[in-house]
Write a protein that binds this ligand. Sequence first.
Ligand SMILES: NC(=O)c1ccc[n+]([C@@H]2O[C@H](COP(=O)([O-])OP(=O)(O)OC[C@H]3O[C@@H](n4cnc5c(N)ncnc54)[C@H](O)[C@@H]3O)[C@@H](O)[C@H]2O)c1
Length: 255
Amino acid sequence: MNLSRKTIVVTGASSGIGAEVVRLARFHGATVVGLDRNDPMLSLDGFVKADLSRPDAIDAAVRELPERFDALVNAAGVPGTVDRDIVARVNYLGLRHLTEAVLDRMPAGGSIVNFASILGGEWAARRDAHKQLAATVGFAAGLDWLAANPVPQETCYQFFKEALIVWTFQRSHELFMQRELRMNCVAPGPVFTPILGDFVTMLGRERVEADAGRMKRPAYGDEIAPAVLFLCSDAARWINGVNLPIDGGLAATYV
Ligand SMILES: NC(=O)c1ccc[n+]([C@@H]2O[C@H](COP(=O)([O-])OP(=O)(O)OC[C@H]3O[C@@H](n4cnc5c(N)ncnc54)[C@H](O)[C@@H]3O)[C@@H](O)[C@H]2O)c1
């Protein structure tokens, strides 16, 4: 994988999968700038500390990012055990706000990779709602739509990962046609990171045990990072608007 001369911005760089993406990208020669609310414990070429749940903080962070970069990996995320307002802000509205704010910094051929989840797989069941939310322009308009269309706490993680997939499908087409940028999602299954336990709490024992019987084990973060960086690389230049499962085949067993 050739990432030399590429500059990549990675959100959620300070932990879990984002940190593995940082390590592998640097190994393959990329210049990597991390963005996270927590300080990083790994080598980076630059770091911006920011809270991605607040649009003003995102705007301030954008001013500190490089003038030009080739890829944006949106790995920051929170589990559904935190308040649904924060899940909405970090996993969807903030991700969208950051992405829209940096498009002018990305040259033709640039790539955006959004972290969805295997838990976003049922997006088609709520397609109309997700398209309505995707049609809102800006963070505040998204919050207004959510105030009028409340999302249950119990399924908020699934809802906003689904919404991210639908927004990615729709927006990626415009970005490719108008700016020659690509945008894709990845959909990991369970991964050994600090929030894996939150997913067990969130989903309940029955679902977790059912899934456990369908897979060898959860993934390690370094089994997710290579596919993410492939999507950032020029080798993926004709891959746009996909939601790529990285789950050891788990989603395929739901058929
Ligand atoms: N671990 C899994 O099983 C799993 C499965 C599918 C998808 N995912 C997704 O993968 C992505 C990475 O998750 P992970 O497992 O590496 O979790 P993690 O908790 O290890 O890492 C998430 C990172 O996001 C950062 N972050 C959270 N809220 C933030 C905010 N408001 N502002 C800035 N940074 C913030 C955290 O500080 C942390 O460094 C997430 O989007 C998650 O939803 C994880």
